[in-house]
Write a protein that binds this ligand. Sequence first.
Ligand code: UDP
Length: 236
Amino acid sequence: MEKRDFLYEGKAKKLFRTDDPDLVIVEFKDVATAFDGLKKESLENKGILNNQISSLFFHHLAKENIPSHYVKTLSERDMLVKSLEIIPVEIIVRNIVAGSLAKRMGLEEGTVLKKTVLEHNLKDDELHDPMLNRYHIYALDLATPEEMDTIETMALQINQVLRPFLLKMNIVLVDFKLEFGRHKGEILLGDEITPDTCRFWDAASGEKLDKDRFRREMGKVTEAYQEVLRRLQEVD
Ligand code: UDP
């Protein structure tokens, strides 16, 4: 598969056309950003780690019949995926209180939620990804009610699959962000599943194995990503 014209550059990834109009190549960069891009640093090999981590998660989800854009891993940094018309709504799934939910609601980080919480954020950095509900989504024509039903069902299934999978590796899935898109009339999971987009806590020590180490200046960021990859490779 040939990497052709550059299509788009996001904060952590670049997209390239291929010789097949239905497929694109995602290149994982080493850049880490937080706070809507205000904090930005290069973390050596983060892109390589995230490409492998996301590939292993997409593989596992495929085994559980959850369709994603993933086709195959091409090289250290490159992943071949189906081209999606991205729905500009980020789906946040929460099992345990952390981050913005703790701040917004005055809750203590680490509180176990009685029920999984789903949130929707508009994918728009300039507006700081404001939270939306289904009324906004329909009023702004971002997705149909049927599409939102599919997306929410898939998001909850992904949580159901990933929680026990991660627990086998002694990792608690605290919360995570998903993106979905349309491909030939079907809704597919897109983007990535990595420590950039999930909160992973070591089940025994509570140690953070995710981007909070970067956001909160805790150090040993890529070491934590490496540890997640190591545990994934062992279990898979
Ligand atoms: N998240 C993400 N991208 C975003 C916002 C959130 O990947 O633009 C992920 C984040 O890594 C965490 C979950 O979604 O796993 C919930 O994030 P939260 O709303 O607590 O955001 P924070 O302000 O702490 O990043």
